[in-house]
Write a protein that binds this ligand. Sequence first.
Ligand code: HXC
Length: 286
Amino acid sequence: MFQTDLLKGRTILITGGGTGLGRAMALRFAELGASLFLVGRREDPLKQTTRDIIAKGARAAWFSADIRDFAAVEKLLDAAEKEFGRPFGGIDTLVNNAAGNFIARTEKLSPNAFNAVVGIVLHGAFHCTLALGRRWIAAKQPGTVLNIVTTYADANCGSGFVVPSACAKAGVLAMTRSLAVEWARHHIRLNAIAPGPFPTEGAFSRLVPSKELEERARNHHPMKRFGRPEELANLAAYLVSEQAGYVNGECVVIDGGEWINGAGEFNHFTDMSDADWDAMEAARKK
Ligand code: HXC
């Protein structure tokens, strides 16, 4: 689908880069020639993904940090500098992918539960964007930011039972669109991807925590399947590449039509059999 040197010479920081969609993007970007700097809280997955990238012949390093803490974000950029021997590691692309989420009735949440999710998703994305954006602007170099949100991040929609995540992701989308305009003059491009259901351990163990719920979600989906991480990774590769140089402030949904399925008044008629249709057509007024 892409030239194999699409991302040659690029250095990409991915938060939550050791597992799930972060790992899938990291491996795909490496295949396309990029160097990777992976950040996350848990060392083991970061080490493993770094090893897997190096085994593919690409350059990669990792650093363990909690991006809720701005000082930790500053420290991780110092570590990138040491690893790659260039100011802030020569990072030219940031993927704000790290997330926190769980399914819960909102009235049962503690303020700290809300803070935990908003801290990772919104504050974390802002901290990384601010720390790198300042450096890119001071160095007069272009930059690219890709934010992984969700379909319910649209502030006109939201979602019950994941209220902290809905609030945080709506904030990240607002940041994407706001800074896309404010920082365009600094040649910094910001876009977002809004994934629907992708079965990763991190998300599904907290959001769809049983086989029965998983089956229900699959049956409810217009394509009767979940997304494949490599499908998202290819979209991400395009959006961070020079080929998407005029795409700015955009949020691309990748969900197999799940989100619009919920919106169309009569979309639930897809459940009807041919016999149901025949009966309805016979009954309806001409
Ligand atoms: C209610 C919960 C809870 C749950 C944690 N808390 N899990 N409350 N129901 N299931 C509460 C705790 O009791 C605590 O509040 C507070 O949240 C902080 O919890 P900690 O465990 O101390 O925090 P921490 O270790 O930092 O963990 C953060 C986390 C966790 C967000 C709670 O789930 C996590 O690390 N997640 C990372 C991976 C992840 O979530 N991936 C999924 C992303 S999917 P008190 O008051 O007791 O101190 C996604 C989009 C999906 O974002 C879109 C699908 C379409």
